[in-house]
Each structure stands twice: as C-alpha cells, then as structure tokens.
Design a protein around this ligand. Structure first.
Ligand code: NAD
Length: 314
C-alpha cells in the first residue's frame, strides 16, 4: 500500500497502532477512528500526521465522517476477547456486529474499494482436526467467537452484494510491542508483566495446551498484502503455522530473568480450547502471506519493550 487514503478503526489499539506505523512509513494518509475503550493515546503520539477521530463505530455520523475519501478500510475496532464477552455480552455484540454493519454501510456508500477486517481463531471453538484449515467447523465457545464470526459473514455478504472487496483475517494469538497487560489481556503480556513485577506466573490447567503465536509485524504484513491483492475476497488464517505449549512459553519468557520466577498451576478456564495450530497455506497462496518473526526472537524483543513500558519510559 502506497500513497492511499486509508481508515484504521481501532487504530489506537495494540495491532492497529502497529499497522498505522507501517502505513505511515509507506506514505499513506491515515485516519484513525477509536473510542479508547482499550486503546491508548500514547500509541499514536509518534504519528502526528494521523487524523485522529475520537469516536465510536456504533455512531453512524462519526463513521461517515471518518470514511470520507477512503480507499481501503482496516477494521480492527472491537470488543476484544473471550472473557470480556462473557462479562459484557451485549456490549460485545453491539460493537462487533452493529459497529461492523455501520462500517460496512458507510464504506459501501463512500465507494470504498476494500475492507480488511480482523477476525479471530475464536470462531472455530474446540479443535476437531489439526492443523486448522479455513474449512474447519465453526462452533465458537464464547459470545466473542460468535460475534467475530458474524462480523466475517457480514463483510463477505457485502462483497457479494456490492462492488466492495472483503478479506477477513483470522488471527490466532498475536503478540508484540504495544500489547499491554489488562484484565482481558492475552497470556504473553500477562506472563511478561507479572515476571517484571516479581509476581508468580499462573498457568491454567497442566500447561500442555498449545497455542499458535504470531508476531504483530506478521499480522501487519497480512493486512497490507490482503489490501493490495486485487480480486481477493474471503476468510484466511493468519498465524505462524507453528505451536508451543504454555509450559514452554513460560520457560522461554523467564529464561533470562535475573531472579527466579515462580510458576503456579490453577484450574482450567471455561471456554479455553485445548490446542491451536493454523494451516496458513491459503493466505500464502492468495496474497503471499509468509510469517517472518521467529517466536524466541519476537519474545526477546517483546520483553525488552515491556521492560520500558513497566518502567514508564514508553
Ligand atoms: N490480539 C489478538 O491476539 C487478537 C486475536 C484475534 C483477533 N484479534 C482482533 O484484532 C483486532 C484488534 O485487536 P487488538 O488485540 O489490537 O485489541 P485492542 O483492544 O488493543 O484494540 C481494539 C481497539 O478498538 C478500539 N475500540 C473498541 N471499541 C470501539 C468502538 N466501539 N469504537 C471505536 N473503537 C473501539 C479500542 O479502543 C482499541 O483501540 C480486534 O478486532 C480483535 O478482535 C486480536
């Protein structure tokens, strides 16, 4: 993507702000629409040329304002995560379903060429075959998985009804800079920030459950390539195509810490899948997606970023 006018909804968030950095680097003009529900102003401070609209994807007028003159929409704004959706299922649906419809309606009216939307491996539910291909049954275990699936289907139906292309990217577990610890955080920031606070790491269950972790730079690569790929529609897995146990993950994260880190085990969590590993060949074939960041290297860099965040330097 070069010299285009693009909208990033949720651009103040973890993945959105990494995407904004690459879009700016490549000479695009970028509008961000974000209500800061889980995003941070500081994530956008390095990018003074970004036009920031503080607003909600549920607000039609705001979305229409953000959409003016836009060629490509990267739709990342969402109520994110299984736990948040269990705690707040109605808000989850309002943002992820009705918010997405607002974005699609506005994009259609504005003549947007393409929407790249952020979906989730949470749509699959418990694993039946491995690695998980795109045609794996979709039986989500949480409201979040259901609303992300609905978001996908809405986007794809618009690509059939109207002259707008839609690519839905099913991220597996994403990690990298700007990923902060909060009550709804993912396992990597939780482990890293607890280690930095000298707190024990808590593993749910026996720790032999596996996850496919993908670095945010690779997720950004997928967004940019999907946007550039003319004539490509559909839903694609975005992951590393490798998996690691949670026990191994904890060992990699803690291996270089100066003081020993205590690792505890607690009961399994409802809604958590046992294993996760993606087949990423479709995204490779359709838009040349090829993850580049090795897990150990990516984790080392993330721990360095988190140390600075922990000390309040960034
Ligand atoms: N992080 C992951 O591992 C992961 C995995 C699968 C899918 N995803 C998807 O990727 C996208 C980005 O997730 P993230 O990890 O960067 O999370 P995030 O919480 O950091 O980013 C979401 C952003 O959306 C904004 N937002 C929330 N509700 C909004 C609303 N109503 N109007 C406008 N803005 C709103 C938040 O303030 C935040 O900046 C989401 O769609 C999420 O479902 C993330």
């Amino acid at each position: 993507m070069k010299d285009s006018h693009v909208l990033v909804t949720g651009g103040a968030g973890f993945i959105g702000s990494n995407l904004v950095r690459h879009l700016i680097d490549q000479g695009n003009s970028v509008v961000v629409l974000d209500n800061f529900m889980s995003g941070y102003r500081s994530n956008l401070e390095p990018f003074p040329t970004v036009r920031l609209l503080e607003g909600d994807v549920r607000d039609k007028t705001m979305v229409e304002e953000a959409m003016k003159g836009v060629e490509v929409v990267f739709h990342l704004a969402a109520s994110v995560g299984n736990k948040r959706s269990i705690d707040h299922p109605v808000t989850d649906a309002e943002i992820n379903v009705l918010g997405t419809l607002n974005v699609l309606e506005s994009a259609r009216k504005a003549g947007v060429r393409k929407i790249v939307t952020s979906s989730s491996a949470g749509i699959f539910g418990e694993l039946k075959t491995m690695p998980i291909r795109e045609d794996h049954p979709v039986e989500p275990d949480t409201p979040y998985g259901c609303t992300k699936l609905c978001e996908e289907k809405l986007c794809l139906s618009y690509s059939k009804l109207y002259p707008i292309e839609a690519v839905c990217l099913r991220y597996f577990n994403v990690y990298g800079p700007n990923q902060r610890y909060d009550a709804y955080g993912n396992v990597i920031p939780i482990f890293v920030f607890r280690m930095l606070r000298n707190e024990p790491l808590l593993i749910y269950g026996d720790g032999e459950q596996t996850r496919d972790f993908v670095h945010v730079d690779d997720v950004v690569q997928a967004n940019l390539k999907a946007a550039d790929a003319t004539g490509v529609n559909g839903a694609y897995n975005i992951a590393s195509g490798t998996r690691v146990t949670i026990n191994s993950l904890a060992n990699i994260i803690t291996k270089d810490n100066l003081s020993p880190v205590e690792i505890k085990h607690g009961p399994e969590r409802p809604g958590d899948v046992r294993h996760s590993l993606a087949d990423i060949s479709q995204a490779n074939q359709k838009f040349n997606f090829a993850p580049e960041v090795d897990l150990e290297i990516g984790l080392d860099a993330y721990v360095q970023w988190a140390r600075k965040a922990h000390l309040g330097i960034i």
